[in-house]
Design a protein around this ligand. Structure first.
Ligand SMILES: Cc1ncc(C[n+]2csc(CCOP(=O)(O)OP(=O)(O)O)c2C)c(N)n1
Ligand code: SF4
Ligand SMILES: [Mg+2]
Length: 351
């Protein structure tokens, strides 16, 4: 279908990053989503984050399941590795790929249906194992692709476009991610690029399970009054706990704020997360307090956004399994076969 192709010409004055790439080098095919869908704004934020970090596109592996959200990797990073799995099965495919080749940056993109309904178990196990990845849920509270049924993240008491009431309790993806031990947890809004781009950059630089729940209104099926996932509702009830600046390398912090309002988290690679606190009492390193804060605000119908929790000494699955430093797909027969004598010893120990 030729209408999906973008023109290959670059305007010579397009801004370039440290690698000499323009934004166009991080784009994908033309989106086929509904005009105004929140998911397209998340794709734009991913493109911006990768451009600003000057990531070589071939170092990224983007994986997804099924849904409008899971279609989006086609619309960004057209020169990266990609795998579109079956519904709800992205986390296990990502886990396997990560174990085989730890050199790549893993970006899992999913929907609330894909991760909180059919793929809930898969989501939970990838998070609790600490797979080194950025896991983005584009959360609209409905199954957009199959025309707007409530998903498991829809709040109790919300009304569908046709007026049907949802009586089931919602699954709060950030609450679950915190409980399961994700070492980087954030929530954002597709309409807030200034908040979302630094969160994605920080998540990419985090070495462990990074989870970002992005509220992403479905304008076709869940943007009406009575929905808590509409543009208007999220804008009116958004309670950001902090503003994040992501500083690469050992750049000095050149911001001047009142004592107690700035929290700096230094990561393993020397990069810094500089957090300007918007809520005095909020401490991003306190996981239990974060769970409590979120539950209290959710009970009042408020949508807490920002960087909610980060562990600056995260552990990942490779560390837990004590795998070798090299990627497994680069090992040859000599590395993999211990030899007849060693095999005999192992077998003897099991008899
Ligand atoms: C095994 C299986 N069951 C059901 C479906 C039908 N189906 C396709 S997408 C989808 C839900 C997608 O919802 P979500 O992940 O929230 O994505 P959205 O479209 O809202 O972005 C469902 C139930 C399917 N494709 N495969
Ligand atoms: S149906 Fe909803 S989620 Fe799917 S593309 Fe349209 S607006 Fe986006
Ligand atoms: Mg959805």
């Amino acid at each position: 279908m030729t209408y999906l192709a973008k023109p290959k010409f670059h305007h010579p004055s397009l801004p370039k990053n440290a690698l000499g790439y323009t934004h166009r080098d991080y784009e994908g095919s033309i989106s086929t989503l509904c005009a105004g869908c929140g998911h397209d704004s998340i794709s734009a934020a991913i493109i911006e984050a990768c451009f600003e970090l000057a990531i070589e596109p071939h170092r990224v592996a983007k994986l997804s399941g099924i849904g409008c959200s899971s279609k989006t990797p086609t619309y960004f990073l057209g020169h990266s590795h990609g795998f579109n799995s079956v519904h709800g099965r992205m986390p296990s495919v990502l886990t396997g790929a990560n174990l085989a080749n730890r050199e790549l940056i893993y970006l899992g993109v999913s929907g609330d249906g894909d991760s909180a309904s059919i793929g809930f178990g898969q989501f939970a196990h990838a998070i609790r194992r600490g797979v080194d990845m950025v896991y983005v849920v584009e959360n609209n509270g409905v199954y957009g692709l199959t025309k707007g049924q409530f998903s498991a993240t829809a709040d109790r008491g919300t009304k569908s476009k046709r007026g049907v009431m949802n009586n089931d309790s919602p699954i709060d993806m950030v609450g679950i991610a915190l409980q399961l031990g994700a070492t980087f947890v954030a929530r954002s809004f597709s309409g807030d690029k200034a908040q979302l781009v630094p969160l994605i950059k920080a998540a990419i630089s985090h070495r462990g399970a990074a989870f970002i729940d992005v509220l992403s209104p479905c304008i076709a099926f869940n943007n009406h009054a009575g929905s808590t996932k509409s543009f208007d509702y999220v804008r009116e009830h958004n309670q950001a706990v902090n503003k994040l600046d992501y500083l690469l390398g050992r750049a000095p912090i050149a911001v001047d704020y009142a004592p107690g309002t700035l929290q700096v988290v230094e990561q393993h690679d020397g990069s810094k997360l500089v957090l300007r606190k918007l809520k005095d009492e909020y401490d991003v390193s306190d996981r239990v307090a974060a769970m409590n804060f979120l539950a209290r605000h959710a009970a009042k119908g408020q949508v807490v956004t920002g960087l909610l929790y980060v562990d600056n000494e995260p552990e990942d699955l490779h560390l837990h399994l004590a795998t070798v430093d090299r990627s497994l797909n680069s090992l040859g027969d000599a590395d993999l076969c211990p030899g007849a004598a060693t095999l005999e010893k192992i077998n003897a120990s099991l008899r």
